[in-house]
Design a protein around this ligand. Structure first.
Ligand code: ADP
Ligand code: MG
Length: 600
């Protein structure tokens, strides 16, 4: 007998199942998708022991005709596709006809279904690939699928399963993804007879986001909408303050399907460049709608990856839409101290300002003298003093009349310095604490960026070129980037044997040691695995130079320097974050102060 054999169908099914069904959550995903494709308006999911012992999905969708029932478990049997061309106009979640066959191959499945126009439904079981005869079933219209003892006939797979809580976590994730993509569905999830999620049908995605992720996330989201030809991008992106250590909270949906896509994740990450620190990720829920012929969904067994006809255009759409949306917001970080428990202060409520008896008048050194008539601020001097911000602030006080707005500070730019590192100032919106280094860094960065757009930076020539000893590799790497460095005003020449000559440096750096900056540049170049493109490189190097040239924490500033720094804050772009994504200022809002001191 030859050595090559045709595998028996039972083995083929198990192999196929290995691709599609990895754990209970994969079963849930497939069954939920089938229910959605069936046009259901309500889906109830019950699981036991993390779904390993039982998964039951009941829907009120179109149902399956009794004569079709046996075919539902056959592999490559589907009602969603007729020919090869259809593959490029997929409007359903499923189309491979493999899910039920795979699940039936590795579990004990009962399928019961009845189309709405049938007086009677039918049921069928499939245990490890073995079908029963179809029997009449007298249930309500829709489909009911019960999957018991997952992997009962593939013990190795069963061993790969994790603890019950972990499996429940995966199930919840699959459930959440589907619920986010279909806000009009009523969904429930129960584990061991206890409610996990009860998700009513809703018109709005934000409501759903609040239900799944709480107000902590949903209150920090900005709505997004953009178009590019027939492609529509909608969704929500978070304020940079709402960030995470992983990209898990970045959801991307394409035509109702939750997918992973490196290029789109990259676009998202790039859009937040400079607003988040390295290794941090914003929360985002992006929904792309595009004509089905522009995507190929048939590239991955569980369809978590798709291929786009024009991936670059989508990258651009996502990047620019998010960037613009963030530009439109005031992203100054807001400080919110947790409120004291109610009981701690109700005993002796703080008297209102008007009825305050016998308290000595305390005037803070930077507070405006309250007797003076409020002076009008010159336009644009206080970035915080916009009418919109005030309106919004007043709205937050929830019906209680807002305290009379304080007279605008006579000089909105007066600041005091703390620890030679922070500036504190009074603004109309609240108390602003500025990190002097971070803010100066951003200001210099923006100024340098603007400057360099119109030609190389001005340089300061060194009378005697400064030799800088490097390893031969470092020297070579640096010389490769000679042109980019030249644009930045850093002149280097090869002196041989790993030594470079620094001939000039950017004038903007003033007295800072040019040698230190070149060393930092070299370190930066060496840390890169792959040379970034010119734009990214310039961006990196500019931020490095800005960092070096900026005032440091620990530098005592003169009042003029402080005033200058604060004034610049209103003029430069994106001053709420330094180029590395750290916030440059924290706002302790007036309401928050009043709330903390029980004045409201
Ligand atoms: P696919 O979804 O890729 O078509 P499946 O194996 O998941 O393949 O399902 C096979 C077929 O069974 C589907 O094409 C559909 O006709 C039918 N089916 C499965 N689940 C349901 C359901 N909940 N309601 C109605 N029909 C269903
Ligand atoms: Mg399916």
């Amino acid at each position: 007998m030859g050595r090559i054999q045709q595998l028996p169908p039972s083995v083929v099914t198990k192999i196929a199942a290995g691709e599609v069904i990895e754990r209970p959550a994969s079963v849930i995903k497939e069954l939920l998708e089938n229910s959605v494709d069936a046009g259901s308006s309500r889906i109830d999911v019950d699981i036991e022991q993390g779904g390993v012992e039982l998964i039951r999905v009941v829907d009120d969708g179109c149902g399956i005709a009794p004569e079709d029932l046996p075919l539902a478990f056959a592999s490559h049997a589907t009602s969603k596709l007729a020919n090869a061309e259809d593959l490029f106009r997929i409007v359903t979640l499923g189309f491979r006809g493999e899910a039920l066959a795979s699940i039936g191959g590795v579990a004990q499945v009962t399928l019961q279904s009845r189309p709405h126009d049938h007086p009677l439904g039918a049921e069928l079981t499939c245990h490890g690939g073995q079908f029963s005869e179809a029997r009449a079933w007298n249930g309500s219209p829709g489909t009911r699928l019960e999957v018991k003892h997952l992997f009962f006939n593939t013990p190795v797979r069963r061993k790969f399963l994790r603890s019950t809580p972990t499996e429940v976590g995966h199930v919840c994730e699959a459930f959440t993804r589907l619920a986010l993509a279909h806000p009009k569905l009523h969904l429930t999830l129960r584990h061991n007879a206890k409610d996990v999620y009860e998700v009513p049908a809703t018109a709005g995605l934000r409501e759903r986001l609040r239900l799944f992720f709480g107000a902590e996330v949903s209150d920090k989201l900005y709505a997004l909408e953009a178009r590019q030809g027939p492609v529509v991008l909608r969704g929500y992106i978070s304020d940079p303050a709402c960030e995470r250590g992983t990209a898990k909270m970045q959801y991307v949906f394409v035509n109702g399907r939750c997918i992973r896509d490196r290029s789109l994740s990259h676009a998202l990450q790039e859009a937040y460049r400079g607003l988040l620190m390295t290794g941090r990720y914003a929360v985002a829920f992006l929904f792309l709608e595009l004509p089905p012929e522009q995507i190929d969904v048939n590239v991955h067994p569980t369809k978590v990856e798709v291929r786009f006809r024009d991936s670059q255009a989508l990258h651009h759409l996502v990047f620019s839409a998010i960037r613009e949306r963030l530009r439109a917001e005031n992203l100054t970080a807001r400080l919110q101290a947790p409120a004291l428990p109610h009981a701690q202060w109700t005993a002796s409520p703080m008297p209102q300002a008007s009825t305050r008896p016998g308290l000595p008048e305390v005037t803070l050194p930077f507070a405006p003298a309250s007797k003076e008539p409020p002076s009008q601020l010159p336009e644009g001097e206080s970035p915080e003093a916009s009418g919109e911000a005030l309106e919004e602030a007043n709205a937050v006080t929830n019906g209680t009349p807002a305290p009379p707005a304080a007279p605008p500070p006579p000089d909105g730019l007066k600041a005091i310095q703390l620890y030679d590192s922070y500036l504190v100032l009074e603004t109309l919106e609240g108390m602003l604490v500025i990190d002097q280094h971070a803010l100066h860094e951003r200001i210099l960065f923006e100024r340098l960026k603007e400057r360099i757009a119109s030609g190389p930076l001005e340089t300061q020539r060194l009378l005697i070129p400064e030799p800088i000893d490097l390893t031969p590799e470092q020297a070579a790497r640096t010389l490769e980037q000679r042109q980019a460095l030249g644009e930045l005003g850093l002149g280097v020449e090869d002196f041989g044997g790993g030594t470079l000559l620094l001939t000039c440096y950017p004038a903007i750096l003033g007295k800072r040691a040019p040698r230190a900056i070149l060393k930092a540049v070299v370190d930066h170049l060496m840390n890169k695995e792959r040379m970034p493109n010119r734009e990214v490189l310039l961006n990196d190097l500019l931020s490095l130079m800005a960092c070096h040239a900026a005032v440091r924490a620990g530098d005592r500033l003169t009042p003029e320097e402080m005033a200058e720094l604060v004034a610049q804050r209103a003029l430069a772009q994106d001053t709420h974050h330094c180029p590395h994504g750290r916030p440059t200022a924290l706002l302790f809002s007036r309401q928050e102060l009043d709330r903390q001191f029980r004045r409201v």
